[in-house]
Design a protein around this ligand. Sequence first.
Ligand code: SAM
Length: 445
Amino acid sequence: TPSTITPGAPCPSIIHLKRDHHLALAVKSTPTEGPPPILQTRFGEFPHASFAGIPYGSQVRARTTPKTANAGRKRKRAAVAADSSSSPSTPAAESGGDKAEEAGAAGSGFVHVLAPTAELWTASLPHRTQVVYTPDSSYILHQLGVRPGSVIIEAGAGSGSFTHAAVRAAYSGYPDGRELEEGEKPRASRFGKVWSFEFHEERAGKLKEEIAAHGLDGLVQITHQDVCKNGFLVPGEEPVSPKANAVFLDLPAPWLAVPHLTRSAPPSTDPTTPISFISPLDPNTATRICCFSPCMEQVTRTVASLRAHGWTSITMLELQHRRLEVRRQQARGYSEGASARTLSEALSRLVTVNALRDARRDDQLAQNKQEKASGKLAQLLDENKETYHSKQGPRKETDPDEGRLVTRNEAELKTHTSYLTFATLPRAWSKEDEEAAMREVQKIS
Ligand code: SAM
């Protein structure tokens, strides 16, 4: 990602409106003719030109126009009317009509413009399908052991959310650690790659365009293919094997794709016809797999298929993502260590009740005692008044280290939870491998 925003570049910038509201915006150059491109949001209007050349992370203020007397009402209308998409300015806005006034009313708003990352792309991408969200994708990539240099098979690609997380994790840059020059494309390298399969033609095409726009060509290869029917080799003059060491299946029927993820050909029913078989897996490493399925019936069928095809260490879990808001609860009322005020209130009530009860019991002393009790009561109330007011005082600044730590669940974070089934296919181990290993051992000893 370059450090500043270049209008006309195909890669989108991320417009941060609120913590859970982002837009992906390909900043356009201002045309010589016609209306300038303007981003309209509920926080105001932002000409694309206001993003040009500024560093990522900048705050950008909405375009201001003179406010009108009934700005408040119009601000409301503007917030409802403004959609969250980028569009050329309307003729009304151009002519300074009603719309321009509305924009002026919302003109005190601002947004932040951020560099595109895999996480922000997940938060802002156009949804063509259900997508894998960051809490799941980060855990999956960690469990698959993906690191710079890993080769990943992914099916189906869907909206490309997991694709972006995966390529970021597998991308190893250059072996010498050199940074990319401005405008230089990452090399199609053997140092980390995502082989992505999608059988829906339009989705595959759209994702290809996005991958190219994001400068990820060569690092991600999209193939339009039904993996349950045709497996994971990429068609060409000669079928190409991804030689993957990690596999992620987000499919409705992963158990139909698992039989293609083997190291050797299935036993032939006709021994006279030899089967030509190329494995899509890296022969020199163990392969980890994750199948992402929303219901238990799918999980059990997938587990059965994994077992039947030699996968081991099968585990299944579900991620339950909760964001907890942690804060200090300031001391208040009886629950927090009986303040001076609450103690003296309790004491005064006790004394009064006792005095009145005694007075009722002893008729002879009733008069005296009642007088005494009311005197006592008046005195206590007086004291309490003082304590009460001195305790009330001016409100103290909240001390961040004072009070009890409490947590509460924040409003739901967007996640599409599924069951995650993980397994490992050990690497193939031949007689020759064993002999080579023994030679190594002898060399060391
Ligand atoms: N993981 C994706 C993401 O994060 O954006 C979402 C995947 S979406 C839930 C499932 C995708 O699998 C759909 O786009 C569907 O077209 C594709 N699909 C279903 N069956 C397939 C098959 N047999 N071969 C290839 N793709 C398939």
